[in-house]
Design a protein around this ligand. Structure first.
Ligand SMILES: [Mg+2]
Length: 286
């Protein structure tokens, strides 16, 4: 009987180890097969490259290691973001960028192909929706979709409030209340979604991080598998929790929002904590 118990116990331990999302056995970046890398606070900080960022990306490119750079910002197209990163001194080809706008378009296309949406957002979102075959419409749309914009219109917010109030499905690209800028925080998608929520009593379905849906859609884009993929991010409450819930190896970098002390108090922890992507670049070079 004791033997059976110990066998069961052993099997349980093995199953836990195998399914453990924290991957305790991974100790070097060179063991990772593919990468999802958050942008702000990981590769760039206030329009400047973070130490090791270019070398890390260059090492991934030269080894043909699949990777995507992720952002919850839904304002820009891949091409715009690639150009903006280049201006900041970071080389990322446009097909290596994944945004919450693209994740939202992929999600809506899977849910209701060739549907229609009333959109508050900019070209990053409207282009992504057009590319999956969506039409933009104010009349009886399948969805109201809120994304990042710097030119909110009272008339369009009123239209969104009336549609959502009347029962139109409510989607937002990302829940971030603010976004970073050189001059201080900017109100972001989550803040405008909250305005519509307050007016209607309805909350949107948020597609971007921390929803692991954003991570899964990026992995599908890469044809990657969770067992061999790492998520690198600077925020415990978005990047790390989303990566963890999608079953990825997670790496917290201390070059952005979360510091080591604050990270310690979360009920979940990343697989690894490193000062910046420079540490990962060094490991890939060894
Ligand atoms: Mg970040």
């Amino acid at each position: 009987m004791a033997e059976v118990e110990s066998f069961e116990e052993k099997r349980h331990c093995m199953a836990v180890a195998k399914n453990s999302p924290t991957w305790p056995h991974v100790t070097s970046a060179s063991e990772i097969g593919s990468w999802l890398i958050d942008m702000d606070g990981v590769l760039v900080r206030e329009d400047h490259p973070i130490e090791g960022a270019n070398r890390f990306l260059e090492l991934l490119r030269s080894a043909n290691t699949p990777f995507l750079v992720l952002t919850n910002n839904s304002m820009f197209t891949r091409r715009d973001l690639s150009a903006r990163l280049k201006w900041s001194g970071i080389e990322v080809p446009e097909d290596h960028i994944w945004t919450s706008a693209l994740a939202t378009a992929v999600f809506l296309d899977a849910q209701r192909p060739k549907g229609s949406a009333f959109v508050i957002g900019e070209v990053g979102l409207t282009t992504a929706l057009h590319e999956v075959g969506y039409t933009l419409s104010e009349n009886d749309p399948d969805y109201v979709v809120i994304g990042e914009t710097r030119s909110y219109s009272f008339d369009r917010i009123t239209k969104a409030v009336r549609l959502v109030g009347a029962g139109t499905r409510f989607i937002a690209t990302n829940p971030d209340p603010t976004g970073p800028s050189v001059n201080g925080p900017l109100p972001a998608t989550g803040a405008v979604a909250a305005l519509i929520s307050k007016a209607t009593g309805k909350v949107p379905y948020f597609v971007g991080k921390p929803n692991p849906l954003m991570i899964r859609s990026a992995m599908r884009e890469l044809n990657a598998h969770s067992e061999s993929t790492a998520m690198v991010g600077d925020r415990m409450d978005t990047d790390i929790v989303a990566g963890l819930e999608a079953g990825l190896h997670t790496v917290l970098v201390l070059s952005g929002v979360s510091d080591a002390e604050a990270a310690h108090h979360y009920p979940y922890k990343p697989s690894r904590v490193v000062s910046s992507v420079e540490v990962l670049a060094n490991e890939l070079e060894q």
